[in-house]
Unconditional design. Structure first.
Length: 630
């Protein structure tokens, strides 16, 4: 990374600038033509920059890591991992750069580039001259002294800019150029924010000055100041009236979200809006709520850990405060792995709330402790969700549970990397804004390259100053004694419970999943990681809970078995797989609401109902399963 020697502004690592022909040869050349240029001196507005990561030259253009560049020139950047796009702002100007794309967007206009941004050794590199000049900088290259002198314009607006509106669409965070407008207690957005940030969407002005918005096969045609909207060519009359302002069609967002199937929340004091369209956010559909009380369930008679994937949890301290995280660079949790298995399978589950007063980077790293044996990450995949909303069960927990049970975790770029003896590498990184919460679940498999004994340390680490995450190897911070969220490592990420056999036509029975009799499986005492404290995991954070229900049918006739699910310890939600198909459980109030699972058709004399649950993080509380004959 690089930093100004006397500058405290926060930045993102983007690549620096064009190298003019005639500069000295690079110290190393890779197969793809990338050269290392560590003999270059860089000065920005009279201040010398220290560069800790390699400066790269490609096709006679100089590039640096993303976050370091934007910090030095005084720009703010938002990284979209899904689209591989860096959206940077400085003095009201916006520059969007995409990995491996030769076209940039400068204030919404396409501009050709001479060299594309690219990834190099887990770092995002972008070109200096293009970035600096498009943020109104003047770049001078001196080939004799191998130095770059950059002068950045600091012509700020005479009056302070108001805080921008922030829009979240299915966990994408967008800093808006336009305001959210309220009329008659209804919220309106420019239609462009919908079709620009939702997949399978498009928008266009029609000859009669109406605007057509197409989303996932549905068509909405809005007219200025008219409450009649064409939905798939059928007229629908609304209470709201779309309108045109500054050349943009503002559409009633509540109407759109309801029509598409989703949820909406606007936090006016924070100027943040959250839009969820379920068909994009979840693979599975929600079960329908029923209303009424359920009987008191019995405890699960026995349960055991199953499978060879262990569980490493980073959830304490959950709320990151200056007192609990006093230094700029800390280890949040660590797991010292010593195994003789050929392949070691791990699950890392994390949940943290940033109240440190600044944006931070969190990462999962692996340090190879062996002096002789290299290790290889043969499989690495996961999911992470962030929100500044208080609906963490919905925003984060349900999405993680849905993806996990549907085997939809995304493959990580760290798959296939080799970690040499004594080396540390980053498995995954997460940017976390101030006052945002992150939840992440990451599965990774590691094996010794030459068949020896693997010895390594898995860590979750945090930096406030964009330091290299691989250099953070301190002992984990102390636990939060007043908020006993789990932290530790245990031998399995799966619990298996076989319930007593149910005989058809007998009275309803219910069993409490997550209770005092089975929660001894992951305690503070049996955690593999004890340094600076461990806390047990009775709420089953990050775990798959499998339930097997034998059914006996002595009647010989076909019977229908009815299943229900209800919360038992407070507000509950999660995902449940019923005989291979996943369903989402909406938030259930204890004693008042429940969901009915798909019926089970019993045709023979015996059968087994197979269920698998994952509680939504944020509401990991007991849940009861009820069985009866319909």
């Amino acid at each position: 990374m690089f930093k100004k020697l006397r500058n405290t502004c926060i930045v993102s690592a983007v690549a620096l600038a064009t190298i003019l022909p005639g500069q000295a040869s690079a110290t190393a050349i890779s197969n793809n033509g990338i050269q290392i240029k560590n003999n270059v001196s860089i000065t920005i507005n009279g201040e010398t920059i220290s560069v800790y990561d390699p400066i790269l030259n490609k096709s006679d253009f100089l590039l640096l890591p993303m976050r370091a560049l934007y910090e030095a020139i005084g720009a703010n950047v938002d990284w979209n991992k899904e689209t591989q796009t860096a959206s940077a702002t400085r003095n009201g100007k916006i520059v969007d750069l995409k990995i491996d794309s030769m076209t940039a967007l400068v204030d919404g206009q396409e501009v050709a580039m001479d060299v594309a941004p690219f990834m190099h050794q887990d770092r995002t590199y972008m070109p200096l001259r293009f970035v600096s000049e498009n943020f109104d900088g003047n770049v001078h290259w001196d080939p004799e002294t191998q130095s770059v002198d950059i002068t950045m314009s600091d012509d700020l607006p005479e009056t302070p800019q108001e805080d921008p509106y922030i829009l979240h669409i299915n966990n994408k965070r967008i800093v808006m150029k336009d305001p959210i407008i309220m009329k008659d207690s209804r919220s309106y957005l420019p239609a462009s924010y919908i079709h620009d940030y939702l997949d399978d969407s498009a928008g266009a002005w029609l000859p009669d000055n109406s605007f057509e918005l197409q989303i996932a096969g549905m068509s909405f045609v809005f007219k200025d100041n008219s409450n009649e909207v064409l939905v798939n060519n059928e007229t629908v009359t609304l209470t709201e009236k779309p309108f045109i302002q500054k050349g943009k069609m503002y559409v009633p967002i509540t109407f759109l979200v309801n029509a598409l199937g989703g949820n909406l929340r606007y936090i006016s004091d924070k100027k943040e809006m959250y839009i969820y369209v379920y068909r994009y956010m979840y693979t599975s559909s929600f079960l329908e709520k029923s209303y009424g009380s359920t009987s008191s369930p019995a405890a699960v008679p026995s349960a055991r850990l199953e499978g060879d994937r262990d569980l490493f949890i980073s959830d304490n301290p959950e709320t990151l405060t200056r007192k609990l995280v006093p230094k700029n660079n800390v280890t949040l949790s660590q797991y010292d792995v010593n195994s003789t298995a050929v392949t070691n399978k791990h699950r890392v589950f994390g949940w943290h709330y940033n109240t440190l007063g600044t944006d931070v980077n969190i990462g999962i790293t692996v340090q190879n402790k062996s002096t002789t044996e290299s290790i290889k990450v043969v499989n690495s995949r996961g999911i992470n969700q962030k929100t500044g909303n208080s609906w963490v069960g919905h925003d984060i927990g349900l999405t993680i549970a849905d993806a996990t049970l549907n085997n939809k975790l995304k493959k990580s770029e760290s798959s296939g990397i080799v970690i040499a003896p004594g080396e540390t590498k980053v498995i995954e990184t997460y940017d976390l804004h101030h006052e945002y919460i992150i939840g992440f679940l990451h599965d990774l498999d590691i094996q010794a390259v030459n068949g020896g004994k693997p010895e390594y340390m898995i860590r979750t680490v945090l930096t406030k100053d964009n330091s290299d995450l691989t250099t953070i190897q301190s002992e984990q911070v102390a636990i939060d004694e007043y908020a006993k969220h789990p932290r530790g490592a245990w031998p399995s990420a799966t619990i298996l419970a076989e319930l007593p056999a149910y005989t058809v036509d007998s009275p309803e029975v219910g069993y409490n999943i997550s209770n005092g009799r089975t929660d001894h499986l992951q305690t503070a005492e049996n955690s593999f990681s004890q340094i600076n404290g461990a806390v047990g995991n009775p709420g089953h954070f990050g775990m798959n809970y499998k339930v097997s229900i034998p059914v006996v049918n002595p009647t010989g006739s076909t019977k229908t078995i009815k299943l229900k699910l209800a919360g038992r310890g407070g507000l509950y939600s999660g995902a449940i797989k019923v005989n291979g198909k996943v369903h989402l459980v909406p938030s259930l109030r204890v004693g008042e609401e429940y969901v009915e699972l798909p019926d089970y058709e019993m045709k023979g004399s015996s059968g087994t109902i197979e269920l698998e649950l994952m509680h939504a993080g944020g509401v990991n509380l007991p849940v009861a399963i009820y069985v009866e004959t319909k």
